[in-house]
Design a protein around this ligand. Structure first.
Ligand code: TRP
Length: 335
């Protein structure tokens, strides 16, 4: 990694195929950062098992996610794209950070509260300690900036608190990360309940759009998208959340402003507009889907990427971990 560039770290859970929301809100923007920053994108399989996963599915999802990163345009030679579980320093630092994180802090995390409500039969310690593992992810690489959505802001705040606490106790050890607010990032809402964020864990398959959906499915889902009874294509988040969401999608893909879109569909019905959005999405995703298909056939290449990037990540993470181990007083390993 070049020393002068700032470090960006982010991660996604390999739980299910990623959605148009993940793509337009995060992944697509990440591809614009690869020249200016040293970027690490982690597939957080260790976070994923905080809720029950089928092993074969998890394995496949993790590999698919890595291929999707590349298919979306992240160059695996420029970005460190890797599996969290391949770098044991994440678990080791997480343990140490657990000892610098308070029960009270973790109890206040809204994601923990939400997930314990949803999975009340399995409120495990990992789910509770999820944020200190996330802190370890970020702090291991001396990260400057973390692109995250609003739902992860609280976890990032806690990461900063833990880093500052540790630095105060032992002297400068971790860089204290800042959130990276993208200039163009978009928040994509559910197609069925447009006041809720599009989420890959939504049980209603019509509410989300997978970036691997085929053109027919894309058209069908947009046709069914919830709108309102007023027939004007007009941006109004409060009164017309459904149409506004479709306009956001169309705007992010075409680069058109809301007033341009309103002008294009002046006097036209929702049916026309929905078809145009579906078409734009299909065209946007086509190259990504083709690349994904090609990568799926090239097992040896993907294996090499996984291995090489894990080695780089391991090298960088170990540097920080050794420093931390020394500071807390672990006896040096004899070599
Ligand atoms: N918790 C994040 C999410 O669910 C994923 C994640 C894990 C992450 N480690 C991270 C994101 C580090 C940014 C940085 O979306």
């Amino acid at each position: 990694m070049s020393e002068q560039k700032k470090v960006i770290f982010s991660g996604m859970q390999p739980s299910g195929v990623i959605t148009l929301g993940n793509y337009l809100g995060a992944l697509k923007n990440w591809t614009n950062l690869q020249e200016e920053y040293n970027c690490l994108y982690c597939i957080v399989d260790m976070h994923a098992i905080t809720v029950r996963q089928d092993p074969a599915t998890l394995r496949k999802n993790a590999r698919d996610l890595l291929m999707l990163y590349i298919a979306a345009g992240l160059d695996p030679e420029k970005n460190i794209i890797y599996m969290q579980s391949h770098v044991s320093a994440h678990a080791e630092l997480a343990w140490i950070l657990n000892c610098f994180t308070y029960m009270g802090e973790l109890s206040r995390m809204t994601q923990f509260k939400d997930k314990s409500n949803k999975h009340s039969d399995n409120i495990n310690v990992g789910l509770f300690a999820y944020p200190s593992l996330m802190a370890a992810d970020i702090l291991l690489y001396q990260t400057d900036l973390v692109p995250v959505g609003v739902d992860q802001k609280q976890h990032l705040e806690l990461t900063r608190d833990i880093a500052i606490r540790f630095n105060n106790a032992y002297g400068e050890t971790f860089r204290v990360p800042e959130p990276y607010i993208s200039k163009v990032g978009a928040k994509i809402m559910s197609l069925q309940e447009p006041t809720k964020k599009m989420s890959k864990s939504d049980e209603d398959i019509n509410a989300t759009l997978s970036i691997l959906d085929d053109p027919d499915t894309i058209v069908r889902k947009f046709k069914r998208a919830v709108t309102d009874s007023d027939a004007a294509v007009r941006y109004d988040e409060l009164q017309k959340p459904g149409i506004s969401n479709l306009m956001t999608i169309y705007s992010v893909i075409t680069g058109m402003g809301m007033d341009q879109i309103e002008a294009e569909f002046e006097g036209k019905g929702y049916g026309d507009f929905k078809l145009k959005v579906a078409e734009a999405v299909t065209e946007e995703l086509r190259p990504l889907q083709e690349k994904f298909k090609a990568l799926s056939k090239d097992k040896a290449y993907i294996d090499t990427i996984i291995k090489k990037n894990a080695e780089t990540a391991n090298y960088l993470a170990t540097k920080t971990l050794r420093k931390v181990q020394k500071k807390v007083g672990f006896p040096p390993v004899m070599r």
